[in-house]
Design a protein around this ligand. Structure first.
Ligand SMILES: [Zn+2]
Length: 277
């Protein structure tokens, strides 16, 4: 007999049990033995249930929605990609797993900065309200009081919680990075552009803004950003990468406080043989 109570239980089950996400270590997780095109493996592994069609033209999300991949299209220049990257173009620059800040001195080397906006809108929400509906609170477990609002739609909140626990375990010297934080969820365009920031989707965090430099604040010109005075330690960056976050400190247009949940880019780097030194 279907009672109101049973219906309620069924509705709750359909919504997914709380804590459904399992923590994943993207630096050690097993890679497919027989790799397809690495961008396909990276997407399918990063976002379980996602599939690329046999002709590679269509990305099929776990809920059946379809997006064009841009496979086979003539690639745009790095500048053009920032405005309108296809799904495949997001992989044209490989995010370096090594902690080598000379790589970013190449103009327009910004792996992960070019986003396919329809992809993120489909995964996280097509409006501020939709994106906000997927958020969970994640707290820094140390002395500094830092709270981040992150999307759990792809387990980003669970992954950030794991990363912060690992960073906290390094030692009390990590507290300073969680003071004067820049924030997390914020449905907004990137300064000086009409593009939505990763913060719009609840997948980006800005830690200590005073220690993490930002190219726009440095007076540098777009496309001509030189070296910068990074003050974020390798150990912190490594733990963030382990749990699926890329770091803006590796971009030519550096954003040293910024981390963004892009496990497909960490996996792609491993699938294509980039070493984590
Ligand atoms: Zn940011």
């Amino acid at each position: 007999m279907v009672t109101l109570r049973n219906l309620l239980v069924l509705a709750l089950l359909a919504a997914g049990p709380a804590g459904a996400c399992e923590v994943r270590d993207f630096l050690t997780t097993e890679l497919p033995a027989k790799a397809d095109l690495p961008w396909i493996d990276a997407l399918e592994l990063a976002y379980p249930g996602t599939e690329v069609s046999a002709n590679r033209q269509t990305l099929i999300l776990a809920d059946g929605r379809k997006l064009p991949t841009g496979f086979g299209d003539v690639p745009l220049s790095p500048q053009e990609r920032l405005e309108d990257a296809s799904i495949t173009e997001q992989f044209l620059q490989t995010y370096p797993l090594a902690f080598d800040l000379t790589l970013r001195e190449t103009p327009w080397f910004d792996p992960g900065r070019a986003r396919n906006e329809p992809f993120f809108r489909a995964l996280y929400g097509n409006s501020k309200a939709e994106a906000a509906a997927g958020l969970e609170e994640v707290r820094w477990p140390g002395d500094a009081k830092a709270i981040f609002m992150m999307s759990e739609k792809t387990c980003a909140a669970t992954q950030l919680r794991a990363a912060l626990a690992a960073i906290h375990a390094i030692g009390p010297e990590m507290n300073v990075y969680f003071q004067t934080i820049g924030g997390s969820f914020n449905w907004r365009v990137i300064a000086g552009t009409t593009r939505l920031s990763g913060h719009s989707f609840g997948i980006a965090v800005d830690f200590n803004t005073e220690l993490g430099g930002y190219w726009r604040w440095s007076g540098a010109r777009e496309g001509k950003v030189g070296a910068y005075d990074n003050r974020y330690p390798e150990a912190l960056v490594r733990e963030m990468e382990r749990y699926g976050f890329i770091w803006g400190g590796k971009w030519h247009h550096f954003d040293g406080m910024h981390f963004e949940y892009r496990p497909e880019l960490i996996l792609y780097a491993r699938l294509t043989g980039a070493q984590s030194d």
